[in-house]
Design a protein around this ligand. Structure first.
Ligand code: NZQ
Ligand code: ZN
Length: 386
């Protein structure tokens, strides 16, 4: 196991009704920017609960954060914070709203030229406005991590950034909010968390025995409860397990002391940037082809995963590893998610070359746990997703 330093400062308020304890966590007299998305919180009662829980505070609302939060809109929110002299951000929504809050938080304090440079140049974030979140969609783990992904439609870019200053101070995780989620978003959440876990697991055996079993536990639990939540989103026990799996899949825990990959995400983000495909669905498109291409490097872990998560007990390492990839793709399909790029767009010709060229231009020359996946490999992987 590699050395590691680990600190996750986000306080979690988990369970039904926990929102009422939020006021114990946000400093009194805070002037809050309340950020939300397209309005689902007004239909499912979450908005009312937030307003009730924070009635003692001054709140300025900013709605309209879209899926794959858009840079230009976030700039408007930065202006509102400055104009209204606000000093706290409350994100109420899924990963997009929470990621948007993180960008606003850093952007308010940024004194350089274009805040986009925080992403394009990966500038160090030196100061940030504190954030709290009320999670309405289990998927990204953004409620308990320090990263965010922001889109810029004008240039068809989607880039990530992060800083320890961007961990939410507190996050409310109430599984009863899952009840109003459309099936499409539940499927997305299951797949996103599943692939987050795989990105930190599907490398090579590195002596992280406990980390492996943490990951396998998350994968097994997602497999078990995912279908239950899809069938009945009001099943509280299933929703609670689903929500906690999603948070633990990307709060840093399973990655400590072991190699990680993140190549599937790097490629997937480009498919969202180019075609607007939902984040999780890009992962379902890329992951099977990616693991097939990286078969030799990953086959020991693929075989272990096939055995422990999918009960594939017979066959050689190669045969089990192959089954591991197959079972993963079948699982995504069983959740109602297509796994080929051509299922989502007719304009896929040239995509592989375009994305490989973007990676060369950004000098992303070696993805994966061994930094061995070159832009040429990315091109081959993508052609196998058509
Ligand atoms: O906008 P509203 O009206 O709220 O509707 C949203 C949105 O349309 C809806 N929704 C959310 N909670 C709901 C609900 N509808 C009914 N009932 C509820 N309780 O769901 C739709 C999608 O929401 P969004 O926040 O976009 O989804 P998700 O949580 O999957 O977030 C995706 C974004 O997170 C980024 C992705 O790239 C993408 O931009 N990611 C962030 C990560 C991170 N910060 O660590 C890691 C991930 O890998 C990912 O890249
Ligand atoms: Zn993801």
């Amino acid at each position: 196991m590699k050395n590691f330093n680990y600190k996750n400062p986000t306080k979690i308020l988990f369970g039904k009704g926990e929102i009422q304890n939020l006021s114990n966590e946000i400093p009194q007299k805070s002037r809050i920017l309340m950020l939300y998305g397209g309005g689902s919180i007004k239909q499912n009662g979450v908005y009312k609960q937030v307003i009730e829980a924070l009635k003692e505070y001054e709140i300025v609302e900013f709605g309209g954060i879209s899926a794959n939060p858009e840079y230009e809109i976030l700039l408007e929110a930065i202006d509102v914070i400055k104009r209204e002299k606000l000093d706290y951000i409350l994100a109420v929504g899924g990963g997009s709203v929470i990621d948007g809050a993180k960008f606003i938080s850093a952007g308010v304090k940024y004194t350089g030229e274009e805040p986009w440079q925080l992403l394009s140049k990966r500038l160090e974030i030196k100061d940030a406005v504190p954030i709290a979140t009320v999670l309405t969609l289990p998927a990204t783990g953004s409620e308990m991590n320090s990263g965010a992904v922001i889109s810029r439609r004008a240039t068809k870019e989607k880039l990530s950034f992060g800083s320890p200053l961007l961990y939410p101070q507190v996050s409310v995780l109430d599984p009863s909010f899952v009840a109003s989620l459309p099936k499409r978003q539940i499927t997305n959440g299951i797949i996103d968390a599943f692939v987050h876990t795989l990105e930190q697991y599907m490398t090579f055996p590195a002596g992280g025995l406990l980390q492996d079993r943490f990951s396998e536990g998350i994968l097994q639990t997602l497999k078990e409860v995912g279908v239950r939540v899809l069938e009945n989103p009001t099943d509280y026990e299933a929703a609670a397990n689903f929500m906690w799996c999603c948070t633990l899949a990307l709060n840093g825990l399973v990655a400590q002391g072991v190699p990680t990959d993140w190549g599937v995400h790097a490629i997937g983000h480009e498919l969202t940037a180019l075609f607007g495909i939902d984040h999780a669905r890009t992962l379902a498109i890329v992951a099977p082809a990616y693991y097939q291409h990286c078969f030799e490097n990953k086959k020991l872990k693929l075989a272990q995963y096939a055995q422990r998560v999918w009960n594939v007990t017979t066959g050689t390492i190669d045969e089990k590893a192959t089954q591991g990839i197959r079972k993963t793709e079948e699982f995504f399909k069983s959740l109602g998610c297509n796994t080929k790029l051509s299922d989502y767009t007719e304009d896929y010709a040239g995509t592989a070359e375009k994305i490989a060229e973007r990676f060369r231009h950004r000098k992303w020359l070696g993805l994966g746990e061994r930094k061995s996946v070159t832009p040429n490999d990315v091109e081959i992987i993508l052609k196998n997703t058509y």
